[in-house]
Design a protein around this ligand. Structure first.
Ligand code: KG4
Ligand code: ZN
Length: 367
């Protein structure tokens, strides 16, 4: 569907695909400059913590209860009203479908009531553009997307044009952080808690397996690490040892992300000699300082410029959804009001269906 092309965009973004209810207003200038006017994130951590992970029914209900107030707050913080908006962007997947439907339905209602174009945003495309919320990042770039549900390397050629170079064959990196944190007795969400515990640990005290070393593709695997860490965790006696294991796990995950990204950089560099080399890391795990530092060193050694989003835009937020929507509107793209919520929605659909070894699941390709 086509709408106002290349004009400035002021977009309300809505994000409800997991356990954060988020709304934001982002302004994108004609020249592609980006300004975050507001970004509100209401975390549901307290509601899910007693269960040790996200409970989909609780998440959907909490989104319904707060989306109204969160969206109103985002508009108020930005100092804009509905009449100032040029579009509405809502995450339409992939994610927990009950929650996705809440934000998408809210977005459709605003679009219908205010006569605004709707963009049904792929949450992963949101992460893909998130680095542009903090710095001018031009296409193309090589992206490592590392979150709780995804772990992939993608050549991002432009808006909506991604080619997958590698993906996890079992768990996502954030999932590995969360599950190993649980075996260490840490509270949900495990990633940040494990990073904190690792601060006082010695990373070389425990030896952990280096998965997929020597394999010529750019895929990831974390299940062996998870099993090895669980076995070591069983025999631990004191807090010092727990910190050492946390540090070893964090170093092993960072090492694997760096090794596989290094392979992808070699492939990408051969194909993008004329366009400039940039490596971007995005998603919740990009908030981890050890991971960031390791990836930055790897990128710089390969001659790639390195960009990571500001910390607040690594984990789920609506500013990245608003920006993904604004980029599409600027290209003249929008979606019909019957756009569906999609629990599964790979960025590179062709690669996902051609090679479904990457955790296809019961409902088709995941990533
Ligand atoms: O992007 P995100 O907020 O949600 C998804 O789209 O999945 O990522 C959440 C994931 C969780 O697995 C969380 O434990 C992990 O990112 N994470 C971290 C850190 N902060 C968040 N992992 C390691 N270190 C961190 N500091
Ligand atoms: Zn996410």
């Amino acid at each position: 569907m086509t709408f106002r092309s290349q004009s400035p965009q002021t977009v309300l973004g809505l994000e409800t695909s997991c356990d954060e209810t988020a709304a934001a207003v982002v302004r994108r200038g004609e020249d592609g400059t980006v300004e975050v006017l507001s970004s509100v994130v209401a975390s549901q951590i307290a509601a899910h913590a007693p269960f040790g992970g996200v409970v989909p029914e609780i998440a959907a209900r909490a989104h319904v209860e707060s989306i109204d107030a969160i969206a109103a707050q985002a508009l108020a913080d930005a100092g804009v009203g509905f009449t100032d908006l040029t579009g509405v962007a809502a995450t339409a997947g992939p994610g927990l479908v009950g929650g996705v439907m809440v934000g998408l339905s809210f977005g459709k209602a605003v679009a219908l009531a205010r006569g605004l174009p709707l963009v049904a945003v792929n949450h992963l495309e949101g992460h893909a553009v998130s680095a542009r919320l903090g710095a001018a990042v031009d296409y193309p770039f090589l992206l490592l997307l590392v979150s709780g549900g995804h772990c992939q390397l993608l050549a991002v050629e432009g808006v909506g044009a991604c080619r997958r170079l590698g993906s996890t064959i079992d768990d996502a990196a954030g999932e590995a952080f969360d599950k190993i944190a649980k075996t260490l007795g840490l509270p949900y969400p495990g990633g940040p808690a494990l990073e904190k515990l690792a601060e006082s640990g010695e990373p070389t005290r425990f030896e952990l397996p280096r998965m997929l070393l020597g394999r010529k593709d750019c895929d990831f695997s974390f299940s062996g690490l998870k099993t090895a860490a669980a076995r070591i965790a069983e025999g631990l006696t004191g807090d010092h040892q727990r910190a050492d294991l946390a540090a070893a796990v964090q170093a092993a995950i960072a090492a694997q992300l760096a090794e596989r990204s290094d392979r992808a950089m070699a492939t990408y560099a051969a194909q993008h000699a004329e366009t400039g080399l940039r490596f971007v890391v995005a998603g919740g795990v990009a908030a981890n300082r050890t991971v960031r530092a390791r990836l930055q060193a790897t990128a710089e050694a390969r001659g790639f410029a390195f960009t990571a989003p500001p910390l607040a835009y690594c984990t789920d937020n609506a500013a990245m959804i608003a920006l993904a929507g604004a980029e599409r509107l600027a290209m003249g793209l929008s979606d019909p009001l019957d756009a569906a919520a999609r629990p599964r929605w790979p960025l590179d659909e062709a690669a996902a269906s051609a090679n479904p070894t990457h955790v296809p699941g019961r409902k088709g390709a995941k990533a």
